[in-house]
Design a protein around this ligand. Sequence first.
Ligand SMILES: *Cc1c(COP(=O)(O)O)cnc(C)c1O
Length: 424
Amino acid sequence: MTDKTLPFSQDQLEAIAAEVPTPFHIYDETAMRANARAFFDAFVWVPGGFINFYAIKALPNPHVIEGLKAEGMGGDCSSFGELKLCEAMGITGENIVFTSNDTPAYEFQEAARLGAIINLDDISHIPFLEESLGGTLPELVCCRYNPGPLKAGNVIIGKPEEAKYGFTREHLFEGYRMLRDKGVKRFGLHTMVASNELNPDYFVETAQMLFDLVVELNRELGIRFEIVNLGGGIGIPYRPEETAVDLAYVGAKIQEAYEATIVANDLGPVRIAMECGRMVTGPYGYLVGRVLHKKAIYKNYVGLDASMANLMRPGMYGSYHHVSVAGKESHDANPSPRKVYDVTGSLCENNDKFAIDREIADPEIGDLVVIHDSGAHGHSMGFNYNAKLRSAEVLWQSDGQWKVIRRAETLEDHFATLDYPGLG
Ligand SMILES: *Cc1c(COP(=O)(O)O)cnc(C)c1O
């Protein structure tokens, strides 16, 4: 079970909404950083050191990532823009992992210029990378393993053999041989086979799979691995009846696997990395909108000033996001009766619904409605369909102070790329 009580009161949200137009996303910095510390604590035992490369795409706001950096996180990038964001924040060198998939040469060049750990997606990318870098390879190269039918799938990424990512087992052995023979001296091994996975044992099994490969690759090729990257994919309890992954348990179980496999084969120390994004910021973000309309036709609807353009996940994946009405929940002073609604936005798309047939505290027009767990793939997956403008982002700080960390887009911003009289 997960407590879905809001960390702010109705009055506090109204005070913010008096200055920042709704809808906006707000992020709870203190809670986020406490979770980051718990994450690192679960892996303090790692002899080579543990790092989480925060997956920038989850919430690419430098004012948030600064706090994560202060807790020791690096950045996981997959594009030129994400590399630039890291560079601006002073996240460089081996504090970046650049995971390519269908990557253009200029992105590899930029990653190499920053000294990032380059994580290759396919055996054919070895010569591509070499050519992109003018005939040389970085000293350290990492490869992404796709176990295919050797590992059971996960709901979002699907079956590994259907996933577009990574090297087959055969290509992995061939790839490292090629890298070794081309003079690469330092090696990393990576996989990412899950997304939004809540079963803690899944991550333990993933670690065991990679540790076993480190042993086999060492036997076959004589190479030693400096870094094993378990990828991201730790899920979050979007639903109140779900429970967060027990990080201490995952850390302790992975330690057992490390000792039984890496230490027992005298292949340590190995640095262990993860690339979690969702679990780092997801639960600490809230999309705040106001009720504009209520309608009762064949079903009952609550219409917000927020839409799928602010949070795409329910419309795109049918994902559950918890909905609270500020000040009207059962723990509030003036709770309202609960009633079943579809909670909608204003796009001309019938899947623009934050919740379907959901019992919520019955709101009135003008009430603030909060969509939970918007801190990952929320604002960052936003879009401008129907000429909707991207919202502001607000950081809620430790002492209840808050600041705007991204202003709302204006129509001028929106039209800026059009060269047309009266616009842009
Ligand atoms: C998206 C992504 C991640 C982060 O996944 P989460 O589910 O946010 O933890 C990590 N690594 C790679 C390569 C990714 O594409």
